[in-house]
Design a protein. Sequence first.
Length: 317
Amino acid sequence: MLGSLHRMCSNAVTGSCGCCARETPRRLRYTLMCGWLLFATAVTAGIVVTGLVLSPREHRIDVPLEYTAVNCSSFDSNSTAIILAFGQSNSANHGSATSRREHPAVGNLRVEDASCYIARSPLLGATGVGGSPWPELADKLLNCSTYERVLIVPFGVGGTTIRMWAPGGEHHPRIATVARALEHVGLRATHVLFHQGESDAHTDPIEYTAAFTSLRIAMILQGLDAPMFVAVASLCGANTRSEPLRAAQQALPDSDVLAGSVFAGPDTDVLGESFRFDGCHFNEQGLTAHADLWFSALQVSGTVVSSRPMTPVCSLI
């Protein structure tokens, strides 16, 4: 594994013009990133997660007839938000959802076969058969920002730890699948939204930071370099808030290695039991609040331009 990462980094650093002098700043940046990637991968390869690992329903769904196929090229526009959304169950389809309505201006890219559909719950590409915050976030972006269309690219997996997403983890290959799907349809992400941590409530914060850093750098090297927003999330069921994990997640945007590529997402630990149907996964009220928190985080970052900031529905939370 380390050998293949080394070859990937070598190719990224030298590029097509080898050691051209004019490429020195770019090569230096990639060299530093790859050096950290190789180091962090070696560290995460030895991580033993001793905390609770959640095991919610994990269903990969085929495409039922009620999903309406659309041409992915309809989302090839500067006025389209293309959102990668992943992590564990609260990033996937494990929330309550009684509404199955279609969202006409919102698409859903299914990464397994790079096909696009009009978005409806459950979103194609992530585990679970319920709801997620992403359709409501998309509606808010359409109503309150300058974006005219939204394409959601969901690929979260319930119960996953950070180590499972890092290089060498069982779900890390999904990162390459996403990169290939976007390349196939000729689109680039505008935002990456990461909601994960409940399964790492007892993981050593240093190990968590190393695993996340190796994941983020691997994503950048595969072309998934849109701004990445990281939620603060540790609360689930028997787990109370994990202050060490929360501190590690809150510090990620300030990392020297990740500077300029990682931004603060919402703190969803503030959504207590009244927002969750089982103490962990969000009910309908919770999904709405979850979406609102993400919208606020995107507004604060400046990556979303508000079109109606003074209206109540579009105001910051």
